[in-house]
Each structure stands twice: as structure tokens, then as C-alpha cells.
Design a protein around this ligand. Structure first.
Ligand code: ZN
Length: 136
């Protein structure tokens, strides 16, 4: 398995508009676009930064993963995403090694990526997302 780079850092926020005011207005990052991912009950905003991106995540449903995360821990860094060239190969290798996965199969992620989450108990407490994008 080969990790190519940090694809993005996922940050859970209560209000996307307020967070964007900070990230674009104060830090001066460019907003690349927003997308609602129904399946994950989240509205996302991507802010490219050098070779990686910041992904802001606003919950659209208190029962969704970001809603639950904020209820338990408050706003903050929610996951780190590593770009891999072949997510299917990466997942079968991790399964072989007995790494606990949240997603056994890749699912749809914002921006058309194929993503899968590893369980934080298998990664030293960090929610890790694997991310495969066309052209990577
Ligand atoms: Zn992500």
C-alpha cells in the first residue's frame, strides 16, 4: 500500500458560513466549492492549500457522523485523509493485516472521490480516511 500525500484535513464546524469567514476572510484561502453529501448528512466546503486541502464539514442532521462528533467533542479536526492510488488494493491489504475498518468497501465522497474510513481504534485515535481520486 502506498500513501501518496495528505489529501485533505477534515474539520467539523457548527456553521459553515462562519467558518468560511475565518478561512477565506482571515486566512485568505480560496473556496473551491461546496457540496452536500446526503449519504453522510454533511455539507462540505473545500479550500485548496498548496498540495493539499482543508475540508470543512457542517452537519445537516444531528444523527449524522458530524452531528454526533460535534455533540460529543465540539468543533475541531475530525479526520485526516490520505490519498492512495488504488483504494480497493489498499482496503484488501488492510483487511489482510487485520486492521479494523469502518468501511469494508469504498463509498462516494465529495468531489467524486472514492473514500473509506479506518477505525480510530486501529490508528492510535485518529479517524483516517483513505481517498482515491481520478488522475492521482
Ligand atoms: Zn474527508
Amino acid at each position: 500500500m502506498k500513501v501518496l500525500k495528505v489529501d485533505h484535513v477534515g474539520v467539523a464546524v457548527e456553521k459553515l458560513d462562519e467558518a468560511l469567514a475565518f478561512y477565506t476572510g482571515v486566512l485568505g484561502l480560496d473556496l473551491h466549492g461546496t457540496e452536500t453529501v446526503e449519504e453522510q448528512k454533511v455539507r462540505t466546503a473545500f479550500l485548496p492549500l498548496g498540495d493539499t486541502e482543508i475540508e470543512l464539514l457542517e452537519s445537516t442532521d444531528p444523527e449524522g457522523p458530524i452531528g454526533k462528533f460535534i455533540a460529543a467533542k465540539g468543533q475541531g479536526i475530525q479526520h485526516i485523509a490520505y490519498r492512495v492510488a488504488d483504494i480497493d488494493a489498499a482496503l484488501s491489504e488492510l483487511k489482510e493485516k487485520g486492521v479494523r475498518l469502518i468501511d469494508e468497501k469504498p463509498r462516494y465522497g465529495a468531489g467524486g472521490a472514492r473514500i473509506a474510513f479506518l477505525h480510530p481504534k486501529a490508528t492510535g485515535g485518529v479517524l483516517v480516511e483513505l481517498c482515491e481520486r481520478k488522475g492521482s
